[in-house]
Design a protein around this ligand. Sequence first.
Ligand code: HEC
Ligand code: HEC
Length: 374
Amino acid sequence: MKHHALLVTTLASLLLIGCGSTDTEGFGYDQIALGEQLFHDTTLSQNKTMSCATCHVIDAAMIDPRETSNTLGASLGDDGFSIADRNAPTAAYASFAPAFHFDSEEGLFIGGQFLDGRAADLTAQAKGPFLNPVEMQMPDAASVIERVKENSSYVSAFKSIYGEDIFDDTDRAYEALAQTIAKFEKSKTFSPFDSKYDRAQKGQATLTDSEKRGLDLFNGKATCSACHPAEGENALFTDFSYDNLGVPVNHALREANGKGADFIDNGLYDNPMVKDTTLKGAFKVSTLRNIAVTGPYMHNGVFKDLKTVIHFYNTRDVAGAINPETGEVWEKGEVDINKNTEELGNLKLSEAEENDLLAFLLTLTDAQYEHLVP
Ligand code: HEC
Ligand code: HEC
């Protein structure tokens, strides 16, 4: 199924490349290049300091490498002081998430964009950050489109691609903006599938013994693949379902962003399409592609080190087990009542097995980011 999704995308990008020359003549731009420019354009934020690329830096595996994100776990807004409550996930490989839906056979919500799936797809997602009061902070879609219109080359590109009358209707123009950015996010830059793991699948690289043992643990004793399936070529390491892992509150972040001690991030349950209270605290299963270089980890960035995440899965429910980052026993989850106790919490992995698992996870780094692996 994932193979199929990839094929469709590859075909789509081939078609686009195929039309490239016509695009250049007819439009003055091809859509991917226009999307790339919009993705990097800071003039589309209130104070003109922030673009999509501020929090999804292409050269940093599409995450936010800034100080606040590293130390607290979430991004600073365009005003220079607002701080969000969720860690910026990588935008790499995000295009493969199916549209948000309820799978009635499995009885599970699947797919969508954002960690709670509240945007059905990439185009819907791209409409969010411009207007988010802790992100790009524009007051409404009309003001974003006014900023687009300040750039005459954007105006001609939008008109050639979407029609002379595209700016007559703000909603249509805003949709076109989001669609163009989504086109860029579907390009190969975001999903090269060329990590050591991929090269090994194609017989172009050989996993070390430790990496191989890690892969076996991942698919076996450690049960990671139950939610992060590692099936064959171009595996995405997520089934795009939702789960509550019992992740603890990030207290330092909550203090910094002023959310207060009583605030609870209910994750999937805050998605307006979800009514089932047992889904409180569930978040979308993350891709593990580039995981070595996309920390801090979990929806709230509470864990700085990938080793901590592995140790958390292994020992969350073991009496007296210590969180190596706090030196204290694992704190209970933010929404502890619904947490998954079947597939994690006491995996009985030895320290050597944890290290093998880590070695395997490091092989999921795309070639363009291998120099970033710590
Ligand atoms: C201030 C930092 C910030 C900016 C600016 C920003 N993002 Fe994000 N991005 C985030 C955070 C945080 C999330 C997760 C939010 C959530 O789940 O509620 C996210 C989620 C996403 C996702 C979903 C990934 C997934 O796996 O669900 C995509 C795609 C994305 N952003 C693309 C964009 C685009 C396109 C723009 C510009 C229009 C943008 N972002 C601007 C921080 C940012
Ligand atoms: C029951 C499903 C499930 C299992 C089993 C599981 N995961 Fe996860 N994983 C998730 C979910 C859901 C998230 C996102 C949780 C959140 O943000 O609160 C996640 C997040 C992660 C993250 C952080 C991703 C990021 O970008 O912040 C890592 C690393 C990870 N998992 C690795 C593993 C490893 C290694 C194993 C096996 C030891 C494993 N997972 C087993 C569901 C699962």
